[in-house]
Design a protein. Structure first.
Length: 142
């Protein structure tokens, strides 16, 4: 009897985990929401994708920025009254699951003024599933 019970426990422990639903549509929707907020001049809406803690990192060509408050500070001037912000879109979005609660994604940002591209580049993001939903914990933008 013990053998059957032990065998059942071992088989259960070794069985594959339930498949995780593809988060791509949800993550794409978050990026789209963030771009709409950028284009509307809504700083808090733009930052919705970032985890609100001191461990969140944003890496730029100039180096890393640590913490949500510092990331917010980096963008704040672009959202002041009268500030010029080019129109933002995201393209070429891909997702790779790194576990049930972590995703690695890549994409390109594109900033446009009228018909002209003013800036574009790749970015890589590590997302974490949190109680409030998926949030960026690491953003490396080039």
């Amino acid at each position: 009897m013990r053998f059957l019970l032990l065998s059942s426990v071992v088989l259960f422990a070794c069985s594959p985990a339930a498949p995780v639903a593809d988060p791509t549509p949800e993550l794409q929707a978050l990026l789209d929401q963030s771009a709409r907020a950028w284009n509307a001049g809504d700083l808090e809406g733009f930052l919705i994708t970032y985890a609100h803690d001191s461990a969140t990192t944003f890496v730029t060509q100039r180096g890393p920025i640590y913490g949500f408050d510092a990331i917010r500070g980096r963008y704040a001037a672009r959202f002041e009254p009268g500030a010029v912000r080019d129109s933002l879109t995201f393209t070429d979005f891909t997702v790779r699951m790194m576990g049930p609660d972590y995703v690695l994604s890549t994409a390109h940002y594109v900033l446009m003024r009228g018909d002209s591209v003013t800036a574009t580049g790749p970015f890589t993001v590590i997302w974490q599933r949190r109680p409030e939903g998926w949030r960026m914990i690491h953003d490396h933008t080039s």
